[in-house]
Write a protein that binds this ligand. Structure first.
Ligand code: CA
Length: 249
């Protein structure tokens, strides 16, 4: 009659708590491989094979939030509710859990769509388990550093942004940015590779009550490129994603 829950961990320390990962994948072989790889990494893994069960697990865990998930590994093609819709739904609910999307679709449009609906990173099948583990580790690390708010410095490939001092160093040299340019670059470096639409950038940087059009964003992006790119006509940092908007890297 006596039941012992072997999964109970001490309530007192969050620091030593193993990271919890929710895997949502209907292909059994991939699900088991991902599960094993992440368990080997020391994560506590819960795996489900459809979107509806994922929602149930997430809402159940949110109620007892001491043990909530730290990361979701999410397949796109799923029964009941697909991964992109699930991702969009979670973000609409204000759920900030980092999401790594897995997909068999390798085209740029699908990759962009995954990031557009609020995923944090995107991995195309077939993928190696080392790559998967590395991406998960990076997302968990980024989520942790976001908690130390605001960070002293955010780095991206030769660019250092110092949010507390409103300073930017590019390839070792101090660069003077106007406030809007600084806020744009700061936002981009917080989520490298995430695609931002012009409307999202207007909302984030100019505010919802801004009266004007999205060309304002293009103009500021051009000014920003002139200050940080080696060759502004062939940008390496602020990339135009045709039909969607902009991303860093
Ligand atoms: Ca699938």
């Amino acid at each position: 009659m006596l039941a012992i829950d072997a999964n109970v961990t001490p309530m007192s320390s969050d620091l030593g708590r193993p990271k919890r990962v929710l895997i949502v994948e209907d292909e059994e072989l991939i699900r088991e491989m991902v599960e094993l790889a992440l368990q080997d990494e020391g994560y506590r893994v819960t795996a489900v094979d459809n979107g509806r069960d994922a929602i149930n697990r997430l809402s159940a865990e949110a109620q007892g939030s001491d043990q909530s998930f730290d990361l979701i590994v999410l397949d796109v093609m799923l029964p009941h509710i697909n991964g992109l819709d699930l991702c969009r739904l979670l973000r609409q609910q204000g759920n900030p859990i980092p999401i790594l999307v897995l997909s068999a679709k390798a085209s740029e449009t699908d990759r962009v769509l995954g990031l557009e609906v609020g995923a944090d990173d995107y991995l195309c099948k077939p993928f190696g388990m080392r790559e998967l583990v590395a991406r998960c580790r990076a997302l968990l690390r980024r989520a942790k550093s976001d908690q130390d708010n605001p960070p002293e410095v955010v780095e991206f490939e030769g660019i250092q942004v110092y949010p507390q001092q409103c300073r930017v160093v590019v390839r070792g040299e101090e660069v003077n940015l106007a406030p809007k340019e600084f806020r744009l670059l700061e936002l981009f470096t917080q989520s490298p590779r995430r695609v931002w639409s012009r409307e999202q950038l207007l909302d984030q940087i100019w505010g919802f009550d801004f009266v004007g059009d999205s060309k304002t964003v293009d103009v500021h992006i051009r000014w920003l490129r002139e200050k940080i790119e080696v060759d502004p006509s062939s940008p390496q940092y602020i990339i135009t994603v045709r039909g969607f908007g902009y991303r860093l890297g």
